[in-house]
Design a protein around this ligand. Structure first.
Ligand SMILES: Cc1cc2nc3c(=O)[nH]c(=O)nc-3n(C[C@H](O)[C@H](O)[C@H](O)COP(=O)(O)OP(=O)(O)OC[C@H]3O[C@@H](n4cnc5c(N)ncnc54)[C@H](O)[C@@H]3O)c2cc1C
Length: 237
């Protein structure tokens, strides 16, 4: 008889865990307190008829590079809209700084800081899978790709401390990195904010910052379909 597993919460992490357990042959039951699944990745009709809004996450740089989403085949099931501009940082004066998916176009736009931007982000974007493996692994183990880990670690030290202030000559390049770092919701500069910002800028130039067609809820629905296809049940409310 198959073992049972109960997963509490149907956010993307709970659903992913449940999908892995269900695929491993366990009889999985997901218990969700809310009336709908998805947690922070829900889409709801909140305003005008025909409009659906993401109530939490909307843009998913990690989704295309996530090893577990790839293993579950989510990149094939969810339809991704991937704009040419991954993200932008508006400034009080002058045009917004834009992180294009095309790294050379970004560097051209940044003018005098283009070379510094390329030096910082290109090696990380080129080795995005190694970087995602490193940042997703337990940190207290020998990195599987030491060169990428060292490159990233040195940049995190640079940008996470006062040293980073000397990296760029213009506010536009500094803002482009700072905006990504701010996603860590912590002190800036700090090692944690630099780690998040550098990963996000690398993803901006590697897979891009895609939006799921139909809203974030489609990620939750795709995971739920996978769970059910492997015999799992989901109870809401
Ligand atoms: C406003 C906002 C914007 C965001 N934007 C982005 C973005 O653009 N891109 C991005 O990648 N990330 C974004 N995030 C972050 C992303 O939403 C979270 O990282 C993600 O939802 C975390 O997933 P989780 O499964 O850990 O938890 P959650 O998504 O929080 O899910 C937890 C679930 O558990 C349920 N639960 C809790 N306690 C119980 C209980 N006792 N019994 C039963 N059920 C329970 C909750 O109801 C909820 O459904 C954003 C978050 C917010 C809030």
């Amino acid at each position: 008889m198959a073992a049972h597993a109960t997963v509490v919460g149907s956010g993307p992490n709970g659903l992913t865990a449940a999908a892995v357990l269900a695929r491993a042959g366990l009889r999985v039951r997901v218990l969700e307190a809310a009336d709908t699944i998805g947690g922070g990745v829900r889409t709801e009709a909140l305003t005008l008829p025909g409009f659906r809004h993401d109530v939490g996450s909307a843009v998913h740089p990690a989704a295309l590079t996530s090893p577990i989403f790839r293993a579950l085949g989510l990149h094939r099931v969810v339809s991704w809209l991937n704009p040419d501009a991954s993200y932008a940082h508006p400034l009080d004066r002058g045009p917004a700084a834009i992180a294009w998916r095309d790294i050379d176009r970004t560097a051209d736009d940044l003018g005098p800081d283009g070379r510094a931007w390329l030096a910082m982000t290109r090696p990380l974007a080129r080795h995005i899978n190694e970087l995602v493996t490193f940042t997703g692994d337990q940190l207290i183990r020998m990195p599987r790709h030491p060169l990428t880990a060292v490159r990233y670690g040195l940049r995190v030290l640079e940008q996470g401390t006062g040293l980073g202030a000397a990296s760029f000559r213009t506010p536009r390049a500094a803002a482009l990195l700072a905006g990504a770092m701010a996603h860590a919701n912590t002190w800036m500069p700090s090692l944690a904010s630099a780690a998040a910002g550098l990963l996000l800028t690398a993803q901006a130039h590697a897979g891009g910052w895609p939006v799921p067609h139909g809203g974030a809820q489609t990620i939750a629905e795709a995971l739920a379909a996978d769970i059910r296809a492997h015999g799992g049940v989901i109870e809401t409310g």
